[in-house]
Design a protein. Structure first.
Length: 319
């Protein structure tokens, strides 16, 4: 295999090397090229990958490190070590900029289409929406997640759909298949993630069960030059849950299949996105009681009382 000087070979998942084809050698100096691989494995035992020192090999997978003994120049993160100009068919490498769409709390009610206890604490998830871009195009989106509470007696899974981002333009270990837009699975069970008993509210009752919050990252990698960074807004972030299989979104967002149930009535909604860390109601306390201005915000279609979440009834707040 030959790689031209100042080119990059990116392998999103696994590079399987057949040693019968010989060593991977490229002449050059001062990092003439870059190879990126999610994993490096061999189809025979006792094999080794050999790469000239001029070619920088990036692979963050710990299990692949033993297969890189013959690599003279290797790293887990090549950013800052080599710069490659972008072309019509390649996004290039280096000179990445970071962006942040903000930190928000998603709080959900799981009884849709019924109101349930309307305490809006069946899932309480804080997400820092951040990413990277190069030459005006998104290269990566990372959702830094912290699950604070689950006041549910149902099995709840959580997802983020990136509205407007074609599913074929991104990859990731937790990407959901068979969707129009990119969807990443954030958790399969809120109770299991918190290591809590199934179908038992936790971190929502001051006299009830308490467990530590859980924090993790979910990352999607974008194809080169596929989505302009200026087009990615917090409004593209379509968080939703499945409660015993029932899909529930924030109001006015579409379901994963493209249908538009609305997820709202004149007086009720089933999910909210609040800037920062939301102080959520105690178990079984209606959010409209914990936050007296909430109902006005909902009934006015978010036109009035837009900072309702700053005026809680402190006695009815969990945290």
């Amino acid at each position: 295999m030959q790689i031209r000087v100042k080119n990059a070979l990116s392998i999103e998942h696994t590079a399987v090397i057949n040693p019968k084809e010989g060593a991977e050698n490229v002449d050059g100096s001062n990092y003439a090229a870059l190879i990126q691989a999610g994993k490096i494995t061999f189809d025979k035992n006792n094999s080794s990958l050999t790469v000239d020192k001029a070619v920088l090999v990036e692979c963050s997978d710990e299990a692949s490190q033993a297969n890189m003994n013959g690599v003279a120049s290797k790293t887990k993160n090549a950013n800052g070590l080599i710069t490659i100009a972008g072309t019509a068919c390649s996004g290039g490498y280096g000179n990445e900029t970071e962006f942040n769409l903000g930190t928000y709390t998603y709080a959900m009610e799981d009884m849709y289409p019924a109101a349930g206890d309307y305490d809006m604490n069946d899932v309480v998830l804080v997400v820092d929406h951040k990413g990277k871009a190069r030459n005006g195009y998104v290269t990566e989106v990372t959702l830094h997640c912290t699950l604070l509470a689950t006041g549910a007696t149902k099995t709840i899974s959580g997802y983020m759909q990136l509205d407007g981002v074609p599913a074929g333009d991104v990859s990731g270990d937790k990407k959901v298949s068979g969707t129009e837009y990119a969807v990443v699975s954030l958790f399969e069970s809120s109770h299991a993630l918190l290591e809590a008993p199934a179908r038992q509210p936790v971190n929502t009752d001051k006299q009830g069960a308490t467990v530590a919050a859980k924090t993790w990252d979910a990352t999607l990698t974008f194809l080169p030059n596929s989505f302009e960074s200026s087009q990615l807004k917090i409004e593209n972030m379509n968080f939703f849950i499945k409660a015993d299989g029932m899909e529930i979104h924030l109001p006015s967002y579409k379901a994963m299949d493209g249908s538009a149930p609305g997820y709202k009535t004149q007086t009720e909604i089933w999910g909210i996105r609040i800037p920062g860390t939301f102080r959520y109601p105690i178990e079984s306390v209606r959010i409209s009681e914990a936050y007296p201005l909430f109902s006005d915000w909902v009934s006015s279609n978010k036109g009035r009382s837009i900072e309702w979440y700053r005026e809680p009834n402190e006695e009815l707040i969990y945290n």
